[in-house]
Design a protein around this ligand. Structure first.
Ligand code: GTP
Ligand code: MG
Ligand code: NA
Length: 344
């Protein structure tokens, strides 16, 4: 079929960073959810995915005083990853799927071991990213202004809070320089291709979140516009394998390109050999709801990229997370796909 030449798909945005820097809390703030408080020990232990529609972006970005952004992307697919050191494999999987990253740094702590590990993953894969310099509300004497753009709130802070912020921001810039990297507060960035942009945020008060998302939208639509065009060539990866009451073993899949349909014959890698099965139900969480949290699912006959999708089918018990998902267009290709999928 003829696809319109300019059709954008939702970019995949991955959130990475050291444990407890506020990755999940930032997402909770922009989704109006409460996922973080429900986590055991407040620690994320799985990769999450949230389908984030453009209308929600538009609402958040509206707070930006000086940035007029025409949103052309249909939304974002946001992937949350754990920061705990033992989940390096999940950070690697998350970062391998994304178009753009947010590296979250706690402004009170600076660069920490998994900050650096995440940074390396992004750089190795050549993924553009920005830094959320999070927890600015913890500056001594900070007077929060709920959900406001950074400048709006910064301008009404008293001198002490502003000084402390500037000192900590400077320290972060120096810490990056010690790693051989140029970084700058995003509104002073002389060259975003050369300097990492630091965006001050608070996941508790929502301050700076308009700036953070505004910048993400801007970068995807300008620097990344070539990479986020829809094409029919299927690209899908199994994120997690999960037993869900009433559905049996399901796979959570990131559909990065192409289209999947109910009843499609799919092939995924398995611990006991490749698995070939038919899609019984094609589900998504509600918009702005986390896929890893139990909730109401929307049923679909067909889904096109980009989307976080839950697939229910028989025989998925030993499916392997991280596997590619392939669709067999005919019976004859199944043996070939089964060999292909088990390769990596
Ligand atoms: P992992 O997924 O386990 O790596 O942690 P995370 O990066 O997702 O951090 P999380 O969202 O679990 O937040 C860790 C703690 O920091 C929680 O107690 C949050 O309430 C708190 N927190 C997160 N962001 C902010 C912030 O901007 N300001 C303040 N004051 N606290 C924050
Ligand atoms: Mg988390
Ligand atoms: Na945490």
């Amino acid at each position: 079929a003829d696809e319109p030449a300019q059709e954008f798909k939702a970019p995949v945005l991955c959130i990475l960073g050291h444990v407890d820097t506020g990755k999940t809390k930032l997402l909770d703030k922009i989704r109006h959810t409460n996922v973080q408080t429900g986590e055991a020990g407040g620690i994320t232990q799985q990769i999450g995915a949230t389908n984030f529609p453009d209308y929600a972006l538009r609402e958040l970005i509206a707070k930006l005083p000086n940035m007029k952004i025409d949103i052309q992307i249909p939304g974002l697919l946001i992937i949350d990853t754990p920061g705990h050191e033992s989940f390096s494999n999940l950070r690697s999987r998350g970062s391998s799927l994304c178009n753009i990253g947010i590296l979250v740094v706690d402004i009170m702590h600076g660069l920490e071991p998994q900050t650096l590990e995440s940074l390396e993953m992004l750089r190795k894969r050549n993924i553009p990213f920005i830094v959320a310099l999070n927890k600015i509300d913890r500056m001594y004497g900070w007077k929060p202004m709920q959900d406001e753009a950074f400048f709006t709130t910064f301008n009404q802070q008293d001198e002490n809070a502003r000084d402390e912020f500037m000192r900590r921001a400077r320290e972060t810039v120096i810490a990056f320089a010690e790693k051989g990297l140029n970084a700058a507060l995003y509104y002073e960035n002389p060259d975003p291709e050369e300097y990492i942009s630091l965006v001050p945020t608070s996941a508790i008060t929502g301050e700076g979140i308009p700036d953070l998302l505004g910048l993400i939208v801007d970068i995807t639509q300008t620097r990344l516009n070539k990479f986020i065009k829809y094409s029919p060539q299927l690209r899908a990866t199994v994120l997690e394998v999960k037993v869900i009451e009433g559905l049996g073993t399901t796979i959570d899949v990131i559909l990065a390109n192409g289209e999947i349909n109910e009843d499609d014959t799919i092939v995924v890698a398995g611990f006991e050999g490749p698995i070939c099965t038919n899609i019984r139900a094609l589900l998504t969480p509600q918009p702005l709801r986390e896929m890893r949290v139990k909730g109401e699912y929307q049923h679909h006959k067909s889904i096109r990229a980009t989307a976080g999708v839950k697939i229910s089918a028989q025989g998925l018990d030993h499916a392997m997370s991280g596997s590619q998902l392939l669709v067999a267009e005919s019976e004859d290709v199944i043996p070939y796909l089964m060999e292909e999928v088990q390769k990596d």
